[in-house]
Structures are given as structure tokens and as C-alpha cells.
Design a protein around this ligand. Structure first.
Ligand code: CP
Length: 317
């Protein structure tokens, strides 16, 4: 098992071995979360600051839970409650949090590259909780971990279709990077304005034919339309998007019977996915959310110097 990194800026920076290390540590922590005492002293005495300058429910709560399960103290700051709105630079905000003796900064920011920028001068770990349309590495880690639980630990040759607003999605970019490193075959699908052919440079398939894109998928991941990152209209109306690309009962029938239905959340019910399908037995959406705690425990643990070996046997070799 290998891990030498201090920061987690993106999946782009990780090797396949490092991904496997995170999954093994996630498995160990998931086991701990099933015990009656769901807590370990791994980060006792350390303080995690969640600097969320963009809205979040799942990621922020999961990082808070993960920090507490590792016995760290945790402080969460939102954009509207920080001195950023008084004109303070991101660099000064981070340096001040460091001067207050924080041990880890978890950052979500609208600007792509913000975590990478902080990691250039920060003396403490910087963890990316989503930066613009660039990357959302912990989302991809929990997504791949969830796929491994259903499809087996080796995702090589598995087929994953990501359907929706790919162009503005950091979740898509991080999952494409993680899945291709793990040997899976990725197809991105949706309207051509949101799924441009340039995505082929990732070594993946771009498809605008939904039937073909869904037919052989082991997992389909729906993405919402990210209006907050779009400055122009990419399709005539939400109703037309849903009628052409929403996952409904008919389109779900094109999937293999055991294909997993995934979504990083937040879901827009009745837009990218029918409500019945989101709540169906094929949906693993809430399991993804739950796995987000153990995956983030693994990242906090490893980036703060925790040794994977110290957790003992984590997965059958
Ligand atoms: N998946 C995800 O990032 O959700 P939040 O925006 O609620 O954190």
C-alpha cells in the first residue's frame, strides 16, 4: 500500500496504487462505522477547518462526520459567514486559518484551481471538496468505492455511462479520471452542447445515442444540470431536456437488469431522473452518500500522515 501525499487536489494527481490504498483504508473505516463505538482516536488533538465558499449538504456534512469519527475537532465556515465577503483574499483567509493552528483545510470553491493554488504555499494539508467545474475528488472516490461494492473490487473492463451535464461537471471529470485509471470503460452521454467531442481526449466514448450508451452499462451515473456554472442556454427548456435525456421507466428498460443507478446529488427529481427510479431498488444514491463518510475519513487520515498499515488487514489480498 502506498501513500506519500499531503494534499488531495484532484484524482489527476493520483496513481492507481494510491486509489487502491484509499479504497483499502475506506474499507477499514467503513468497518469501524458499523461498531457500537463509531470512533477512533486517529486525529485526536487535530483541528479540521471546512472552508465552504459554495453551497453543500452532502460533502460538508460527510467531512464533518468523518472528522468527528476520527476524533478531530471540526470548524465549518461558509462563504456568507467568512471575511471573504469583506474583500479578504483566499490566500489571506487560508494563511489566517493556518495561523489559528488548524491542521487541515477542506475547501470548496467556485473557482477551478483554488485548492491547487492553496497547496502551493500551505504548510497544512489542503483537501479539495469541489472546485468549479474542475474536480471533486472525494465524490469520485466514494462513487468508485460504491461501484466496487456492487461490481467487485476490480473495475477493469466494467462499463460506466455518465449521463447529463458533463461540460460543467467536476464530478464527471473526477470520475472519468478515476475510472479510466482503474481500467473501466467510460461513456459520457447527453445533449451535444453539454457533451462535446473534446471529452474523447480522456480516452472515453462520447455518445449522443442514449439507447447505445445505456445498453451495456454496468452503472449509469446521472448528473443534474449545473445552472450555477452556465452563463448561456444549452438546451431550449428543462422540459425538453427531460423528454430527450431524463432517465425514465422506458429508458431504464434499456439498461441491463442489474445495472446500478447512481447520482452524486443533489437530485432534481423529475428532471434528470424520475422520482420512482431514484427511490428504486436499483438506485444506490443513498449508499453513495453513506460511503462518503468512510471515504473522507480515509483521505483525512492519509493526508495527515496516517499509515495504512496501522489499520491492520483492510481487504483480502
Ligand atoms: N455531491 C455533492 O457534492 O453534494 P453537495 O453539493 O451537497 O456537497
Amino acid at each position: 500500500m502506498s501513500w506519500t501525499k499531503t494534499h488531495l487536489v484532484g484524482i489527476e494527481d493520483l496513481t492507481r496504487d494510491e486509489l487502491e490504498t484509499i479504497f483499502r483504508v475506506t474499507t477499514a473505516f467503513k468497518g469501524i462505522l458499523t461498531r457500537s463505538v463509531k470512533k477512533v482516536p486517529a486525529l485526536r488533538g487535530k483541528t479540521v477547518v471546512n472552508l465552504f465558499l459554495e453551497p453543500s449538504t452532502r460533502t460538508r456534512v460527510a467531512f464533518e462526520m468523518a472528522s468527528k469519527r476520527l476524533s478531530a475537532d471540526v470548524i465549518s465556515i461558509s462563504g456568507s459567514a467568512s471575511s471573504v465577503i469583506k474583500g479578504e483574499t483566499l490566500r489571506d483567509t487560508a494563511l489566517n486559518i493556518q495561523a489559528l493552528n488548524a491542521d487541515i483545510i477542506v475547501i470548496r470553491h467556485t473557482a477551478a484551481g483554488s485548492p491547487a493554488y492553496l497547496s502551493r504555499f500551505s504548510k497544512i494539508p489542503i483537501i479539495n471538496a469541489g472546485d468549479g467545474a474542475h474536480e471533486h475528488p472525494t465524490q469520485a472516490l466514494l462513487d468508485c468505492f460504491t461501484m466496487r461494492e456492487h461490481l467487485g473490487r476490480n473495475l477493469k473492463g466494467r462499463k460506466v455511462t455518465i449521463l447529463g451535464d458533463i461540460l460543467f461537471s467536476r464530478v464527471a471529470r473526477s470520475n472519468i479520471r478515476a475510472l479510466t485509471k482503474l481500467g473501466a470503460h467510460v461513456t459520457v452521454a447527453g445533449p451535444s452542447t453539454l457533451v462535446p467531442p473534446t471529452f474523447e481526449r480522456f480516452g472515453i466514448r462520447v455518445s449522443h445515442d442514449l439507447k447505445t450508451a445505456l445498453a451495456d452499462a454496468d452503472a449509469v451515473m446521472l448528473l443534474r444540470i449545473q445552472h450555477e456554472r452556465q452563463s448561456s442556454t444549452h438546451f431550449p427548456s428543462l422540459g425538453e431536456y427531460t423528454s430527450m435525456f431524463g432517465l425514465n421507466k422506458t429508458r431504464a428498460s434499456w439498461l441491463k437488469p442489474d445495472a446500478m443507478i447512481m447520482h452524486p446529488g443533489p437530485i432534481n427529481r423529475g428532471v434528470e431522473i424520475d422520482s420512482d427510479l431514484a427511490d428504486s431498488g436499483r438506485s444506490v444514491i443513498l449508499q453513495q452518500v453513506t460511503n462518503g463518510i468512510a471515504a473522507r475519513m480515509a483521505v483525512l487520515y492519509l493526508c495527515s500522515g496516517g499509515k495504512p498499515e496501522a489499520l491492520g488487514e483492510t481487504e483480502d489480498e
